[in-house]
Design a protein around this ligand. Structure first.
Ligand SMILES: Nc1ncnc2c1ncn2[C@@H]1O[C@H](COP(=O)(O)OP(=O)(O)OP(=O)(O)O)[C@@H](O)[C@H]1O
Length: 423
């Protein structure tokens, strides 16, 4: 339907006029209690920041592996394996890592994921034929595959770096993928460690959001863009708050949002994901990784990683959904720099993708632009939490009550008139 376009701030205006007595009715996504159960007993492995160099930790790790308890093996945190593995020589790794991760033919531990032999993967992907190649990133090639039971899968073959780096990247991504379980995260079917490192995922029929937004002539209509925005926000909220550990994805972007047959978004590519202990405010990384166009200023300048890193990238993704423009265009112009002055002027007609031809729900558009402008704030403190972003996209503005008090200067500047109304 075509509707009159107001400004994103009119959403707040309406809200502040009538909301003080109103209580929130929106439902928050519930935490995934199953996945909390999943690694309760592994939590003792994560009391410290890093698996330190100390021999005692190695000893504990070896004890756990040797104890042979299936329960303990199943709940052993995959990250533990990675962090330890980085300090392992190949021969040590071979001698102590669960054999199910090293030898597909001799697996004693039962897992919900299938372990594929190289032959099975070759058959499924038609020997990695070029026709089956459906994606290529900086770290991997992704092939479409068909299993004997006719299930369609995506086989991610890790390609970048030395053998040890590939094993590290593989264990890292496998660890996170094996841990997450949400409708808006990609689904692991199994893995292979024979003749290479392979992650086998459910195939996303529609490919990635990037291919749908930029690679096809038929641009997605508004209701699909809105569904993708909300589903992606819920997926990120699950990573930040819903699963056992705080997970920061660190590479939220259109190419990492897969789409199912009915355009349900699924976050994929956990290759850069970081687990943060509960009591850490943030983590600082020295190695620069991620995708230009989506990087938060504090990450670019100081390597600071926390939930707000993902919130910033999600703001860029919202701008892509609204404008149909890439985060960085062919002349390397930043979408954020292009959009900021337009957001400030509320120049919605200039911001919105012309291919929508004005066909969108104006309230949803206002909410999305408001969410985008908050997410791409320069200062990470001023960005909303992912929970607030989900609330906002759901049309629930109650979170602004708190923000109104705690972040007055910002709100005075951006929503001055609305605040006057509500006061
Ligand atoms: N399950 C899947 N179904 C369909 N296509 C997929 C699937 N997984 C990945 N792809 C495609 O392959 C591309 C690359 O995958 P992925 O992002 O995991 O690789 P990567 O090398 O880790 O990328 P990056 O350089 O962003 O880190 C995706 O953008 C997507 O187009």
């Amino acid at each position: 339907m075509k509707e009159k376009v107001d400004s994103p701030v009119t959403v707040l205006e309406d809200y502040f006029r009538s909301s003080d007595s109103e209580s929130s009715s929106s439902k928050e996504p519930s935490a995934d209690s199953e996945s909390r159960e999943f690694s309760k007993s592994a939590s003792r492995w994560h009391e410290s920041r890093e698996f330190s160099k100390s021999a005692s930790r190695w000893h504990a790790f070896l004890q756990l592996l040797r104890s042979g308890s299936k329960k303990q093996m199943n709940t052993l945190h995959p990250l533990s394996v990675l962090k330890l593995s980085k300090r392992m020589s190949t021969s040590m790794r071979e001698s102590i890592l669960p054999s199910c991760l090293l030898d597909a033919t001799a697996s004693p531990c039962r897992s919900p994921w299938k372990i594929f032999t190289h032959h099975e993967i070759q058959v499924a992907t038609n020997s990695f034929s070029q026709e089956n190649l459906i994606g290529k990133g900086g770290y991997a090639e992704v092939y479409k595959g068909c299993l004997p039971n006719r299930q369609l899968v995506a086989v991610k073959r890790l390609t970048r770096g030395t053998a040890d780096e590939i094993i590290g990247d593989f264990l890292s991504e496998l660890g996170v993928m094996a841990h997450v379980n949400h409708p808006n995260t990609a689904k692991l079917v199994g893995y292979g460690v024979d003749g290479g490192m392979y992650l086998v995922l459910e195939l996303s029929e529609k490919g990635s959001l990037a291919s749908v937004l930029y690679g096809s002539k038929e641009k997605p209509p508004w209701f699909i863009r809105h569904k993708i925005a909300l589903g992606t926000a819920k997926g990120i909220l699950y990573l930040h708050e819903g699963c056992q550990r705080r997970i920061i994805h660190r590479d939220i972007k259109a190419a990492n949002i897969l789409l199912t047959e009915d355009f349900e978004p699924q976050i994929c590519d956990f290759g850069l994901a970081k687990w943060l202990p509960e009591n850490w405010t943030h983590h600082t990384v020295s190695k620069f990784e991620g995708t230009f166009g989506y990087l938060a200023p504090e990450y670019l300048l100081h390597g600071i990683v926390d939930e707000k890193t993902d919130v910033f990238a999600f703001g860029v993704l919202l701008l892509e959904l609204v404008s149909g423009r890439r985060a960085l265009d062919y002349s390397q112009q930043s979408l954020v720099l292009w959009a900021k002055p337009l957001l400030k002027k509320n120049d919605i007609m200039e911001l919105v993708d012309p291919s929508l031809a004005g066909d969108f729900d104006s309230r949803q558009m206002n909410l999305m632009l408001l969410a985008a402008s908050l997410c791409i704030q320069q200062s990470s403190i001023r960005r909303p939490s992912t929970r607030q972003v989900v609330q906002l996209l759901n049309g629930n503005l109650s979170c602004f009550k708190g923000m109104k008090k705690t972040r007055m200067p910002f709100f005075r500047r951006v929503f001055r008139e609305e605040l006057l109304d509500s006061d």
